[in-house]
Write a protein that binds this ligand. Structure first.
Ligand code: XMP
Length: 531
């Protein structure tokens, strides 16, 4: 696959410089919540590269290192002379202070978690001169004292020349520095986390008032420009899009359809391994409601045949992934002269500097995906968006909640939720039990709090007694987790009475299952899926 469709980015943008913090994505999202477009860049970016991007403002993220050690990540100091407003956060503040002539030192025990910050009323820079900015600047109208969230060992102990120190906590006597003339501000606390109650106010004060951003990055604007860009790029050629049933490919397809209408054909490979009724729902939504031309390949039999006798999880993933690609390739042959392939790639997948995920625990990302030697030009209209933005674009385009708010679902589908060999009978059992869990959670109003909820069918049978009869059936294991990003997860504290309804309904309504267990393993040490 060649050449990515150039994605138009708005003229007003904030660069979030990543110093290796777990927070840089969060900062980028908070900026977007303030309706300003943001991009994450690595700290190795040069001043010339920054200038070429022509940002409206720059935010330095926090980072795990100390500015005092050799080899601490630095930034090209010529960036300070570009005249672009800068906000430094935590490590970013300390680095800025150090590079501009201030002093950073150890702050005793450090400060982790909540701290009480007092805002100074004065604009004294410490050397007797009055400096513009200070309490009238970044922290204007904010209550003092207030709670902020800290995570640092070092702190600024002397503000750089020309900067005022405008707030303090016990562990950080210089918690905020400001230089309105040079348009540079630094905060030791983390304004991007929810534990800093006025954090978003600080970010918005910086962007809207001090920098003067227009704050017009909205879903509507995004759709309008994306549609124009896609139409310009595709011209009168044809595009195809593989629908997985998930949110990303659904929204990408709906957006491209709005731009090029009937020049788009979608291909939905129905593996038979989706949740109950989900296959029909995809067809119904896209063909009927959205009016998108859809090739629906009913391939369940081929998948079951291919999975016969396979019990090892990675082998299952591989078998499903390979067959999926083969079927997709056959189907696309039916779309004459398709030149473009639409993919639902999101911003977190493309962040240049991102900390690469650790060891491969499961071969996730090549399953249900397509190989990169397909002869297409790619259209990836969601490359600049975070997941929550994709959901709101989807809603705006008229996709139903069942699709837009859908939980993450593994590419190999129920194949990795059936331990041991996958057979049509087991899939049918699992679909029924799984639908009950979903329905009970919905009735209890809990579905939005839960990241993923599903049933696993182990490869064992247990003895039970029902209506005076001995039974010998499968146990169903309910799995429900809360999570932010699937990298870590906790088991959901579902109330006992909800678990009770799930268990009795599964046993009464699904013949073949005679026992129910609830999985209370967090991740780590467990994973979310069982295989
Ligand atoms: P684990 O089980 O590793 O899963 O905690 C983390 C997230 O990834 C999903 N997952 C997959 N997604 N193909 C996918 O596209 C896969 O093979 C796969 N395995 C797990 C899982 O549902 C969870 O959201």
């Amino acid at each position: 696959m060649t050449q990515v469709l150039a994605v138009h980015t708005p003229e007003e943008k904030v660069l979030v410089v990543d110093f290796g913090a777990q927070y840089s994505q969060l900062i980028a999202r908070r900026v977007r919540e303030a309706k300003v477009y943001s991009e994450i860049v690595p700290h190795t970016i040069t001043a010339a590269e920054v200038a070429a991007k022509d940002p409206t403002a720059i935010i330095f993220s926090g980072g795990p290192k100390s500015v005092l050690i050799e080899g601490a990540p630095l930034i090209d100091a010529a960036i300070y002379d570009l005249g672009v407003p800068i906000l430094g956060i935590c490590y970013g503040q300390q680095l800025m202070a150090q590079q501009l002539g201030g002093v950073v030192g150890g702050s005793g025990a450090g400060e982790y978690g909540r701290a009480i910050m007092s805002i100074e009323g004065s604009a004294d820079s410490g050397d007797g001169e009055d400096v513009p900015g200070s309490a009238a600047g970044l922290l204007v109208d904010l209550p003092s004292p207030q709670t902020v969230w800290m995570s640092h060992f070092n702190a600024v102990v002397e503000a750089p020349p020309g900067f005022a120190a405008t707030a303090s906590t016990e562990g950080a006597p210089i918690a905020v520095i400001e230089n309105a003339e040079r348009k540079m501000w630094g905060v030791q606390f983390h304004p991007e986390v929810a534990h800093t109650p006025h954090g978003q106010d600080v970010i918005e004060r910086f962007l809207h008032d001090l920098v003067g951003c227009a704050a017009d990055w909205t879903t509507d604007n995004f759709i309008d420009t994306a549609v124009a860009d896609i139409a310009a790029q595709v011209g009168d050629r044809r595009a195809i899009c593989g629908l997985s049933g998930g949110v990303d490919s659904a929204v990408a397809a709906a957006l491209v359809h709005r731009a090029i209408g009937s020049q788009l054909t979608c291909v939905f490979v129905d593996t038979g391994l989706m949740r109950k009724d989900e296959g029909e729902q995809v067809v119904e939504t896209f063909r009927r409601h959205q009016g998108i031309e859809l090739i629906h390949v009913r391939a369940a039999d081929r998948f079951f045949e291919r999975l016969e006798g396979i019990t090892e999880p990675e082998q299952k993933r591989k078998a499903i992934g390979e067959l999926f690609i083969r079927i997709f390739e056959d189907a696309k042959g039916g779309v004459e002269d398709a030149h473009f392939l639409v993919q639902g790639t999101l911003y977190p997948d493309v962040i240049e500097s991102g900390t690469a995920h650790a060891a491969t625990i499961k071969s996730h990302h090549n399953v249900g995906g397509l190989p990169d030697d397909l002869d297409f030009e790619l259209v990836e209209p969601l490359r600049t968006l975070f997941k929550d933005e994709v959901r709101s674009v989807g809603s705006e385009l008229g996709l139903p909640d069942e699709i837009v708010l859908r939980q993450p679902f593994p590419g190999p589908g129920l194949g990795v939720r059936i331990i041991g060999e996958v057979t049509p009978d087991k899939v049918a059992l699992l679909q029924e039990a799984d639908a009950i869990v979903r329905e009970e959670l919905r009735l209890a109003g809990l579905e939005r709090e839960i990241w993923q909820s599903f049933v696993v069918l182990p490869d064992i049978r247990t003895v039970g007694v029902q209506g005076d009869e001995r039974t010998y059936g499968f146990p169903a294991v309910i799995r429900a987790v809360t999570s932010e990003d699937a990298m870590t997860a906790d088991w959901a504290r579902i109330p006992y009475d909800v678990l009770d309804s799930m268990a009795s309904r599964i046993i009464n309504e699904v013949a073949g299952i005679n026992r129910v267990a609830y999985d209370i393993t967090s991740k780590p040490p467990g994973t979310i899926e069982w295989e």
